[in-house]
Design a protein around this ligand. Structure first.
Ligand code: AMP
Length: 428
């Protein structure tokens, strides 16, 4: 029955997968704290005007748009940046700069669903507003690097570019802004031939082609080639210098694996400076990305305010962890189930369960009224570690039975000894 299915491109997250999401989000929150970012919650629904103001055609065309019952045109947020820009120009307008804001939650885009591409997906998002200094761009790269490290992803690589290099070449050769954006979109999709077709001047076409051809593992060599190519393009040269400074800062302050791709472009139109994405070798889809957007806040009617930010795709990070067999990020604390053998000991067993929880242990109580054998079977199946069995005779003597479900061993203990024993077991 179609009513029992989720809407196309949207998913339920259950069991281990839900735990992985919670754990990744918690790690993103911890990263935000480390870097002094404040968490903010903004609505899932925003006015269509706000969301379409500057998102760029790419995203604008993929928004979930509807009219609310009051006739307002609204849409589900396709990203966090527009909402954060709204805050920066309203409630937080007079706050001291830089603003450092973190959010996590779902965003919505009418993408073609496939593995790693959904219509509802989760992002953790960091925005640093009010500074154009390369140390701010560095900070955003360091945040992403720290998050990937904390999550324990192996072999991830940053792909880094700078919109200013491509735009600097195009604008010096008289290509207008709209065509520049169209060219960047083609380049984002690696449709280089189509991109070059939009360029009229042969000289410009040639420079762009040479930029596309620059590749290399060593970022310093790559940057040198770019510098040589754009020596006569004032703005592109300044952009390459800016990129060099950011890379010097990042590589001096952390271990990071990166490649520079000077012709790399990202779909979102609002980028003005450094842009990046992060990948693992096993997956072709980006796990996160970001960049500098110095004119977006202004476009919302605020003061000219430079900004840089990034977003990480939690759904894809979960796939990456699974690919690397590291999906189980959940805590390793031992798990207990308490089983009363008869009705008469139910209250005592429940009290004991509470006592375990009060001591900070994961403890479940047999809730189906099952016989001990069935209850043990179920606990075993669900991967619990120990069963505390409460029987009438044992209880009368002040004892309970504790069964190790993995080793299939059991011991009778006094209730006071139980906590000593559990303390030991919980650390094993
Ligand atoms: P963006 O907001 O486009 O810069 O994307 C940031 C990150 O969100 C990407 O690097 C992906 O990891 C993730 N992402 C983007 N689109 C989707 C999607 N349709 N489904 C799942 N994750 C996505």
């Amino acid at each position: 029955m179609s009513t029992l299915r989720t809407v196309r491109g949207m998913r339920d997250l259950l069991g281990k997968e839900a735990q992985t999401f919670t754990s990744v989000i918690a790690k993103a929150q911890a990263t935000a704290l480390l870097f002094g970012f404040q968490e903010v919650f903004t609505p899932h629904v925003e006015s269509l005007d706000l969301l379409s103001a500057k998102s760029g055609d790419e995203i604008r065309q993929r928004m979930f748009i509807f009219e609310d019952l009051g006739g307002r045109k609204v849409a589900l947020r396709p990203e966090f940046t527009a909402s954060i820009a709204r805050l920066a120009t309203s409630a937080l307008r007079t706050e001291p700069k830089p603003l450092k804001l973190f959010s996590a939650g779902t965003v919505y885009r009418y993408d073609e669903p496939q593995r790693g591409r959904y219509r509802e997906f989760w992002q953790s998002n960091f925005e640093l507003i009010g500074t154009d200094k390369p140390e701010a761009d560095t900070e955003i790269l360091l945040i992403t690097n720290k998050l990937m490290q904390t999550i324990n992803l192996q072999g991830y690589v940053f792909k880094i570019g700078h919109v200013g290099i491509i735009k600097g070449i195009l604008s010096q050769d008289g290509v207008d802004e709209k065509t520049q954006n169209a060219i960047l979109q083609r380049m984002d999709k690696k449709e280089y031939d189509l991109a070059l077709k939009l360029v009229e001047s042969e000289k410009c076409k040639n420079t762009l082609q040479r930029l596309i051809d620059i590749k290399g593992e060593n970022w310093r060599d790559t940057i040198e080639q770019v510098n040589a190519l754009v020596a006569e393009y004032e703005k592109a040269k300044a952009a390459a210098e800016n990129l060099t400074e950011i890379l010097n800062l990042v590589t001096a302050s952390t271990d990071i694996s990166l490649i520079v791709e000077p012709a790399f472009a990202r779909g979102l139109e609002y980028y003005t400076g450094v842009i990046f994405e992060v990948y693992i070798p096993q997956l072709e889809i980006a796990l996160g990305g970001g960049g500098r957007y110095d004119r977006l806040i202004e476009a919302f009617g605020g003061e000219p305010t430079p900004a840089v930010g990034c977003a990480h795709g939690i759904d894809r990070i979960a796939i990456a962890l699974q690919t690397q067999n590291a999906s189980d990020l959940s805590d390793t604390a031992k798990k207990f189930v308490v089983i009363p053998i008869t009705e008469s000991v139910k209250v005592d067993a429940l009290k004991l369960t509470q006592s375990l929880r009060n001591h900070g242990y994961f403890a479940e109580f047999e809730l189906m009224g099952r016989k001990m054998g069935k209850s043990l079977e179920d606990a075993d199946k669900r991967g619990l570690d120990y069963a505390v069995i409460v029987g009438e005779r044992e209880l009368r003597e002040g004892n309970v039975v504790i069964k190790d479900l993995k080793k299939r061993e059991q011991t009778t203990l006094s209730i006071s000894e139980l906590f000593e024993q559990i303390k030991k077991m919980a650390c094993e």
